[in-house]
Design a binder for this molecule. Structure first.
Ligand SMILES: O=C(O)c1ccccc1NCC(=O)[C@H](O)[C@H](O)COP(=O)(O)O
Length: 217
């Protein structure tokens, strides 16, 4: 079975990066979106990225940013993965794909079966679909869960991951129901909005690993 993939998103301090790496996260997420309490400037994102060891992937998250501007930022931050978390169209994702060597993830707000089916339009262009709750006050990072039953019933033909309202207390059940190969948490590993909590990060990673290891076959 493939090793479990665990992403901790919305990291904005060196201490939070270190906590996620020490806890065994496979991916760390940097949010570049000014309205977010987790926003990091390009300079800060580049500094934080320097701190991430080679075995952990850095995910840079943007929202509805023009491809040309995104390319400029990518050159400075040098992430491993670009996570598009807005209303970027499949054509937009295709353009990014054609003009960069990066792994590209498209976040999808899942509200019903139809939205899940619509999301498959991104399959030829995105390396991974990241299923999240529908947008709330922010496009993501709202601590809201989607209906996991939708993913459990779906026949996945793309690489994918589960985000939205996950924490140490519910991630095992989320994995049991959906068999998600990648789980992603932000709000659920914070002590206050935008403030990451070392113990919660460690507990989340531990619970996710144990649940993935316990999956049958
Ligand atoms: O975290 C933010 O503030 C944010 C802002 C705008 C777009 C996406 C954002 N976050 C994405 C994530 O942190 C996760 O990929 C995902 O949405 C899970 O968040 P949460 O429900 O808080 O665990």
């Amino acid at each position: 079975m493939a090793p479990p993939l665990i992403k901790i998103c919305g990291l904005s301090t060196p201490e939070a990066i270190d906590a996620a790496v020490a806890a065994g996260a496979t991916h760390v997420g940097l949010v570049h979106f000014k309205p977010s309490p987790r926003h990091v400037s390009i300079g800060r994102a580049a500094d934080l990225r320097e701190r991430v060891p080679a075995h952990v992937k850095t995910v840079l998250l943007t929202v509805n940013m023009e491809p040309a501007q995104t390319s400029d930022i990518v050159q400075v931050v040098r992430p491993d993965v670009l996570q598009l978390h807005g209303q970027e169209t499949p054509e937009w994702v295709q353009l990014m794909r054609e003009h960069s060597d990066l792994e590209i993830w498209k976040a999808i707000g899942v509200k019903d079966q139809a939205s899940l089916e619509q999301a498959q339009r991104y399959r030829p262009f995105a390396h991974r679909l990241l299923y999240d709750a529908p947008a709330g006050a922010l496009p993501g990072g709202n601590g809201l869960a989607l209906d996991w039953r939708l993913l459990a019933q779906f026949r996945h033909e793309a690489e994918w991951g589960l985000a939205g309202g996950l924490d140490a207390g519910n991630v095992a059940e989320a994995i049991r129901q959906t068999r998600a190969p990648l789980v992603d948490a932000s709000s659920g590993v914070e002590s206050a909005r935008g403030v990451k909590d070392t113990d919660k990060i460690a507990a989340f990673c531990e619970a996710a690993r144990a649940a993935m290891a316990a999956l049958p076959g």
